[in-house]
Design a protein around this ligand. Structure first.
Ligand SMILES: *Cc1c(COP(=O)(O)O)cnc(C)c1O
Length: 339
C-alpha cells in the first residue's frame, strides 16, 4: 500500500467514472461540436451564474488565458505573494501576457480591501505600470487551503470596480471552499469577471479545468486558448469525467476535510512538530522542529510508503483526496504516531 499525500492531483478515475467517460458522445470540439464538452461548459458556467464556460486541459492554461483577457503587455496584476499564478505557473504571466505583479503581503494567501486599494498604482502616474487586474485564489494553495470571507471579497470587488480593475478568481479548489463554508456559487460568480476551476484535484478527474465568464470578456478566450495550444478535438471523453465528478464527488469533499483535521490533531501532539497551520479544508501544512531536517523526514516516511512534499523553510504539506481512504488514513495516523 502506498499513501500518496503529495497532492489531490494524484487521484485516478474510479471504474464508474471511467464507464461514464467511455459512454460519452463526442465530436470535434475545435468546431464546437462536442456535446459532452458543451454540456460541461454550460453546467459550470450556470452554476456560478455566468454565460460562457470554456474547457481547458489545465488550470494553468485557464489562468493564463484569463490574465491575457484582462491585460495588455506592460500592465500589472495585483495578487497575494503566495499566489499560484505568481509562484507556480513557470513565469507564464510575463511570457504569455507581458505583465508584472504587485504582490500583497497577505495572511495565508489572503489580503483585505485596504491592501488591495494600496496596491493600485495611480492611473495618471505614467511612470509605474498600469494596474489592471486583481487575482484571488480560493482556497489558497500555499496558504494551506484557507477560505476567503465573502464579505471581504465584496469589499475588494468595490475597490476593483471603482478603479476599473478586473477581478479574476483562481478557483482551482473553489469546490473545497463551497463545501466548507457553504458559500453560494452564484454569489461568488457575481464578485468575479472570470473564474477558473479545476476538475483534476478534489473532484478526482484525470484532467481538466473550466474558465467561465460573461460573453463580453470571454469573446476572445477561444482565440487565446488556440494560441496557447489548448484546442482539443474529441475532448468529450475528458469533459464527461467532469460532468460525472460534479454530480458525484462534490459533497464528499467534507470527508477529505474531516481526515485533514484528524491528521492535524495527531501532528499537533507529535514531539517532532513545531506547529500546524490552521486547517480549514483538505490541505495540512506543518513545520518540523529545528533539529529535524525536512528531506530526511520525507525519506523516512517514503520508506513507510508514505509520500508528502516540502514547502521550504522546514514546512511540509500534505493533501487529502478521493483516493485517500479510511485504510490509508488509519495506516498514516498510526505511522505518524509511532515516529
Ligand atoms: C493546481 C492549481 C492550479 C492549476 O494547476 P494545473 O496543474 O495546471 O491544472 C491553479 N491554481 C491553483 C491554486 C492550484 O492549486
Amino acid at each position: 500500500m502506498i499513501v500518496d499525500l503529495r497532492s489531490d492531483t494524484v487521484t485516478v478515475p474510479t471504474k464508474k467514472m471511467l464507464e461514464f467517460m467511455m459512454d460519452s458522445k463526442v465530436g470535434d470540439d475545435v468546431y464546437g461540436e462536442d456535446p459532452a464538452v458543451n454540456l460541461l461548459q454550460t453546467k459550470v458556467a450556470s452554476m456560478f451564474g455566468k454565460d460562457v464556460g470554456m474547457f481547458f486541459p489545465s488550470g494553468t492554461m485557464a489562468n493564463q488565458t484569463a490574465i491575457k483577457l484582462h491585460t495588455n503587455p506592460g500592465d500589472q496584476v495585483i495578487c497575494d505573494k503566495y499566489s499560484h499564478i505568481y509562484n507556480y505557473e513557470g513565469g507564464g504571466a510575463s511570457f504569455n501576457s507581458g505583465v508584472s505583479f504587485n504582490l500583497i503581503d497577505g495572511k495565508r494567501g489572503m489580503f483585505n480591501s485596504d491592501q488591495a486599494l494600496n496596491s493600485i498604482n495611480p492611473k495618471d502616474f505614467y511612470h509605474s505600470p498600469l494596474s489592471k487586474l486583481i487575482a484571488i485564489e480560493n482556497t489558497t494553495n500555499k496558504g494551506g487551503g484557507a477560505c476567503w470571507d465573502i464579505g471581504e471579497l465584496k469589499k475588494i470587488q468595490k475597490v476593483a470596480n471603482s478603479n476599473n480593475l478586473g477581478m479574476h478568481l483562481d478557483g482551482a479548489r473553489i469546490w473545497n471552499a463551497i463545501v466548507h463554508k457553504n458559500d453560494n456559487p452564484l454569489e461568488i460568480g457575481k464578485i468575479f469577471d472570470t473564474i477558473s476551476v479545476c476538475l483534476s484535484k478534489g473532484l478526482g478527474c484525470p484532467i481538466g479545468s473550466v474558465l467561465i465568464g460573461n460573453s463580453k470578456i470571454m469573446s476572445n478566450a477561444l482565440r487565446i486558448r488556440k494560441i496557447l495550444g489548448g484546442g482539443m478535438r474529441q475532448a468529450g471523453y475528458l469533459a464527461s469525467a467532469g460532468i460525472y465528478a460534479l454530480e458525484n464527488n462534490l459533497s464528499r469533499l467534507s470527508e477529505d476535510h474531516q481526515r485533514a483535521r484528524e491528521i492535524g490533531e495527531v501532528l499537533a501532539k507529535s514531539t517532532y512538530v513545531k506547529s500546524v497551520e490552521k486547517i480549514e479544508t483538505n490541505i495540512v501544512i506543518f513545520e518540523l522542529n529545528k533539529e529535524i531536517n525536512d528531506s530526511s523526514f520525507i525519506d523516512k516516511l517514503k520508506r513507510l510508503n508514505i509520500k508528502l512534499i516540502s514547502m521550504g523553510s522546514n514546512k511540509l504539506r500534505l493533501v487529502t483526496h478521493l483516493n485517500y481512504t479510511n485504510i490509508h488514513h488509519d495506516y498514516f495516523l498510526s505511522s505518524i504516531k509511532s515516529l
